[in-house]
Structures are given as structure tokens and as C-alpha cells.
Design a protein around this ligand. Structure first.
Ligand code: TXA
Ligand code: MG
Length: 344
């Protein structure tokens, strides 16, 4: 068990509205100033909202771990506005450069050998000699990162072990009173976290499926992308990849071909398996039956089911290709038994 994180001091949390482009610039500037002053600001990306702090400021980074209740052995992703800024932080191995040129800005995080140990402090890296770096595509994120003028750590802006937030209300539900502000740009369009590829070794390895599908990565690499093998379960290579994660309170039954008494139904493409008539609640991740829509709706649906007080959820089988891999990964973690400690 890691030591319990200290309780964060209470703070009033501002909502900075970047949804209207006229007011947005001022909101983004204000958010960047809070980061420069060592504060904590949740910011939008196309995947999920991140909890931002100056990556080079150990006090601010400690505040991120405390606000989330996240174990400090689990390193954070550094967010930067462009490839050149990433290349100053980590060594762009040949595979990393290929993938970065193809997919940045976008929902891809690369793990690289660390070059600059000051700009992303040791605490942010959890003591590793590698670093995870990402260039998000969301226009508000990019302007915010330019204005901040330094790498910004950004774990998902949820309490440790909860599902990631895909809008500002989700962030406030989890972190109100624990962070200085949330920069609100409306719902996150992709809806699942970035795909993480470890490019720190001789061959790239997939650490986490996410918003960029494996087939698109493999098409650019020109060969299959193997999964990273976790040699040590207690300290997996991507330390946040613990079995139970992304967890709502309700228990989840996957691959359901019926709905049992008392269950709510999480469905796809309009499907209504036997027993649906008596379902406590039915949420369709994508009435149109697309995996993009399902990914975008997944976390909001899990939060809604929790908010409705549902105890048990039956989930229909979903297609596995493309974004289906990331959706299946998150659902299987949400369905796993709940040990402690929790992930991120
Ligand atoms: O889409 C995303 O990636 C979001 C947005 C906000 O950018 N961020 C996010 O961060 O999902 P987080 O902290 O919830 O997940 C980051 C994952 C963790 O599982 C962590 O263990 C892993 O990245 N990670 C960070 N640094 C690493 C490193 N040097 N080596 C291996 N894994 C690393
Ligand atoms: Mg997370």
C-alpha cells in the first residue's frame, strides 16, 4: 500500500467559461496565469478533461496527486502545444518521430527517454527516467498550453479510481473545492483517454488502448504493434494500469444477452435484448451504432447510471475493432473486482 496522500487544503473553484470564443480568450489567459502561479486548473482536451499544473513545480504537482487522491508512484502525462516542445523534453526515437508526425496534435501519448529533468520534475515522472508526453488537438487546450508557456501535467481530472470527466460538470462533481479552476469548453469530443505507446525501448509497445485505434498506428508503423508485457503485476510498466479502474459504483455484467431483474441496460445501436422491458433504465451509447459516438458517450453514461443510484448494469456486446478496443478495455476495468489501491 502506498502512503495515503495528505488531504488538500480547501480552495474555491472557479468555472472559467471558454465555450464562447469572445470570452474564451480571457478565460484561457486566466487559466494560464493560475498555472504559472503554481495553481491547479482542470482543462479540456479532445479525449477527457485533464488536471493541469506546472510540470516543473514539485509543490504544484504534489497538489495534483493530493487533489485526486492518486498514489505518487503513478506518473503524469506532460502536455505541450507542439512537437518541438515535446522533443525538448524527451528523446524522439525513430518510431516516436514517425507516430508524432502522423498523429500530433491528437489523442496519442508517447513514452520517451527523459531529456529535461527540470521542466518535468521527478515527482511528475514518479522517479522514472522516461516521460509521457502528449500534444492535444483541442483548440482550447492548445491555446492554453501556448499561454502557459511550460509543460503542464494532466492526469484525468477525476478522483482516483473514478471514471474520467468528459465535461466541466463531471470535473466539479469530483474536484470542486480541491482545485482552483476548471476551464470549461463543453463536452470532450473523443471521450476516452489517449492511446499510450511506449517508444523508450528498441521497439514501440502499446501501453494503453485509447482514442487513437491500434490499426491506425500499425498502418503508419508498417507492422503490428505488440502490447507491453507487464512483468510485475504490482508495478506494471504503465503504473496506472491496474485491473480495477474507471469504476462506477454499480456492478457491471459484460457481454449480456439479456437483462435480469433490477439491472439497468447499457446498449448500442438500438439493441433491446430480452428483459429490456423491465430494465431499471436504458442508456444507448450510440443509437446510430458507431464506435466514435459510443466512446464519446461512455463516461457520461457511467456517471449517469451512478447518479440514478443503479446497482447493477448489463452491457450488450460491442464491436471490438477500431475504438472498440479502448471501450472494451475501459468496460472490463469498470467491471473488475474493486481492490485497493486504485489507479488514477
Ligand atoms: O487522454 C489522456 O491521456 C488524459 C488527458 C487529460 O490528456 N490524461 C490521462 O492521464 O489519461 P492519466 O494520468 O489519467 O493516465 C496516464 C497514464 C497512467 O496510466 C500512467 O501510469 C501512465 O500514463 N504513464 C505516465 N507516465 C508514464 C511513463 N513514464 N511510463 C509508462 N506509463 C506512464
Ligand atoms: Mg486517469
Amino acid at each position: 500500500m502506498p502512503p495515503a496522500a495528505p488531504l488538500p487544503a480547501p480552495r474555491a473553484t472557479l468555472r472559467l467559461d471558454a465555450r464562447e470564443s469572445a470570452a474564451g480568450q480571457g478565460a484561457i489567459e486566466a487559466a494560464a496565469q493560475i498555472i504559472a502561479a503554481g495553481g491547479l486548473v482542470a482543462f479540456p482536451t479532445e479525449t477527457v478533461y485533464g488536471l493541469g499544473a506546472d510540470a516543473g513545480n514539485p509543490r504544484a504537482v504534489a497538489g495534483v496527486y493530493a487533489a485526486k487522491g492518486r498514489p505518487a508512484f503513478n506518473p503524469l502525462i506532460a502536455h505541450v502545444p507542439h512537437l518541438e516542445a515535446a522533443a525538448a523534453l524527451g528523446e524522439m526515437t525513430p518510431a516516436a518521430r514517425l507516430l508524432a508526425q502522423a498523429f500530433w496534435p491528437g489523442p496519442l501519448t508517447l513514452v520517451l527517454p527523459c531529456l529535461d529533468t527540470d521542466a518535468v520534475c521527478e515527482l511528475a515522472r514518479a522517479g522514472l527516467d522516461t516521460l509521457a508526453v502528449r500534444v492535444p488537438a483541442h483548440p482550447v487546450a492548445r491555446t492554453f498550453l501556448e499561454a502557459a508557456g511550460r509543460p503542464v501535467v494532466g492526469p484525468s481530472a477525476n478522483r482516483s479510481g473514478h471514471v474520467s470527466p468528459t465535461d466541466a460538470a463531471h470535473v466539479l462533481n469530483d474536484l470542486s473545492g480541491r482545485i482552483d479552476a476548471v476551464l470549461d469548453a463543453g463536452p470532450s469530443p473523443v471521450g476516452v483517454e489517449s492511446t499510450i505507446v511506449d517508444c523508450s525501448g528498441p521497439e514501440p509497445r502499446l501501453l494503453r488502448p485509447g482514442g487513437l485505434s491500434r490499426d491506425r498506428l500499425e498502418a503508419v508503423l508498417g507492422h503490428p504493434l505488440p502490447d507491453a508485457q507487464d512483468e510485475d503485476e504490482a508495478r506494471p510498466q504503465s503504473p496506472g494500469r491496474l485491473a480495477s479502474h474507471y469504476a462506477p459504483r454499480a456492478t457491471i455484467r459484460l457481454q449480456a444477452d439479456d437483462v435480469r431483474p433490477g439491472e439497468a441496460l447499457l446498449t448500442f445501436g438500438g439493441r433491446r435484448p430480452p428483459g429490456s422491458e423491465a430494465a431499471r433504465l436504458i442508456l444507448d451509447l450510440s443509437p446510430a451504432g458507431t464506435l466514435e459516438e459510443a466512446a464519446a458517450n461512455l463516461y457520461a453514461a457511467l456517471r449517469r447510471l451512478d447518479a440514478e443510484g443503479v446497482d447493477a448494469i448489463a452491457v450488450v456486446p460491442l464491436p471490438r475493432e477500431g475504438l472498440g478496443e479502448a471501450i472494451a478495455d475501459r468496460l472490463s476495468r469498470a467491471a473488475a473486482p474493486r481492490p485497493v489501491p486504485e489507479g488514477d
